[in-house]
Design a protein around this ligand. Structure first.
Ligand SMILES: [Ca+2]
Ligand SMILES: [Ca+2]
Length: 268
């Protein structure tokens, strides 16, 4: 099973490097995320009524696609539940796309990390300073922009000093991804242009239209950043069913056989 605290320890700026077992778990979990339908559903809301007034099962058409690109790595929570982890730490830069079952208000929390040595804040054998960058779009119209909250938890090399590099970091709060986490004291994210972030090829192969690259004020030296945003209603205005109680009831269909392989076998 996935251990979020394993990732948290990798992301907290701790100088402790993950062991071989830890490294091997990242692509496994990300691979699961790529095919998963993530259900981020707090209790208490009513589900959608199907025929006869019963709750129907959610279908893939009830989900929305989430596209995420980070320079260099991220983990994504929606409504307090982990829904995606970047499958590659830290290069090459990749797009992660997952299907999520939305519920509103939707609280999105992201930990993003630049490729930076945890002791120096530099990269590539401490030869240079790298820069960060993050962008996200959900198919309901949710996008990253300057309205998101952002806070740095690991910074370096302090003052850009590459001769005697050191970092300043602080512990990431245990509940940074929780719906009720208090980010009221956090500053807003800063938007960056595409030219400033210089995204790599996969970025252009996914839909990020309308989304802005974001980071804290220092895209070079702030290396571990947490972003948060609560979306109160679907930005595209389209009403969507709420499946919060789907596991508390016996739902209607869909009919048996709905997932059967079509005649002719899989596409080649
Ligand atoms: Ca950096
Ligand atoms: Ca980078």
């Amino acid at each position: 099973m996935f251990d979020p605290f394993l990732f948290l320890s990798r992301c907290s700026g701790s100088p402790r490097r993950p062991g071989p077992g830890g490294r091997g778990r990242v692509p496994l979990i990300a691979g699961l995320c790529l095919s998963a339908v993530a259900v981020a559903l707090p209790a208490g809301a009513q589900g959608p009524a199907g025929p006869g007034g019963r709750i129907r099962k959610p279908q893939i058409t009830d989900t929305i696609r989430a596209n995420v690109y980070a320079d260099n790595w991220f983990m994504l929570y929606v409504n307090g539940e982990l829904v995606a982890v970047d499958s590659i730490a830290f290069i090459p830069h990749n797009v992660v796309s997952v299907d999520i079952l939305p519920r509103y208000p939707m609280t999105i929390a992201v930990m993003a990390r630049d490729n930076a040595d945890p002791k120096t804040g530099m990269e590539y054998a401490n030869s240079q300073i790298g820069d960060g960058g993050f962008i996200l779009k959900f198919a309901d119209g949710t996008v990253t922009d300057g309205s998101w909250k952002a806070r740095c938890f690991s910074h370096g090399p302090v003052a850009g000093d590459t001769r005697n590099p050191r970092i300043e970091s602080e512990p990431v709060p245990d509940n940074w991804f929780a719906v009720d986490f208090d980010d009221s004291g956090w500053k807003k994210a800063r938007e960056y242009s595409e030219q400033e972030i210089d995204p790599k090829k996969p970025f252009y192969e996914a839909d990020f239209r309308g989304a802005k690259f974001i980071w804290t004020d220092d895209v070079r030296l702030d290396n571990t950043v947490i972003f948060r945003r609560t979306v109160t209603a679907p930005p595209d205005g389209r009403p969507r069913p709420d499946f919060s109680r789907i596991n508390d009831v016996v739902p209607d269909g869909p009919p048996k056989g709905g997932g059967r392989r079509p005649p002719g076998g899989p596409p080649r």
